[in-house]
Write a new protein. Sequence first.
Length: 277
Amino acid sequence: MDSCFLRKAALMIKLIFCDMDGTLLDERGDLPEGLGAILAELKAHGVIFAPASGRQYAALLRHFRPWAADLLFCAENGAYVVQRDEELFSTTIEPPQCEEIVRRARTVEGAYIVWCGKEYAYVTSRNEAFFTEMEKYYTEYKIVEDFSAVHDTPVKFSVCDPVQADAERTIYPSLASLEGDLKVVVSSNYWVDIMRTGVNKGAAVRRVQQLLGIRPEECLAFGDYLNDIEMLGAVGESYAMENAHPAAKAAAKHIAPSNREHGVLCVLRRLLDEGKM
C-alpha cells in the first residue's frame, strides 16, 4: 500500500504550462468563464499555473492581473520568463542579428515587423489591418521612425501578414534560411516569430523545471500550434486542443476539447476531481 501511494504521489501534477491563443482563450480572444475558480483550486493544491505564449509579458499581465502574484509567465515564446514581476531568465538577440532579421523581413511583401523588447514592442508602421492584429498580442508598444532608434533589450522579432493570413506560405519561406543562429517558427496563421537558436517554449519549460526542482512527469501542458510542439514534448502529460494544428496533435499524448468548448478548463476540472493535482 505504501509503495502504491508513493507511485501515485510521484504522478501528481505540480506545474501547468498553457498556451493562450487557440488554447486557453476562446474564439473571441477571451479567458473562459470559471478560470478564476480553477486557479484558486490549483493554488490551494500547491499547483503553479504558467501562461506560455508568444505574447509579450505586459499583454499576459493584462489578462491575468487579478492572479498574477500566484502565476509564472513564459512570455515571447520562452525568451522572457517572469515570476512575481521578477525576471527568472531571458535570452536576447545580438545587434548584428537584429539588423539581419529586419533586413530580411523587409523583403517580405505585405509583411510588418514587431521588434520585441523586454520593456516595449516597437513598430514602424501604422497600417490599420496590422494594428488590429498586433494589438491583440502587444499592449505596451511604441511607434518609431526606424528600429535603429530602439535602445531596449531585444528578445524576439515577430513578422505579421495581416491580410493573407497564411504565414506558413507567405512569410516563413523568406525567413527560413535564418535558421542556425536563430530560431524561426510559425506561431499562427498571421505570425512568424524569430528568437535566438535554442529558444522555444520547451526549452523554457525545461529550465523552469530545473529552477523549481519539478520533474517533467509532474508537469502538464496545453497547446495548439507549431510553436507549442517543443513544450508538449517537455512534460509528462501533454494536451493538444481539438482545433490544433495537425503537427501539434501529433506531438501531444492527449486531445482536449476545443478552445471554443473551454477544453483547458474541462481537462483541469477532470484532473482535479480525479485527485491528480
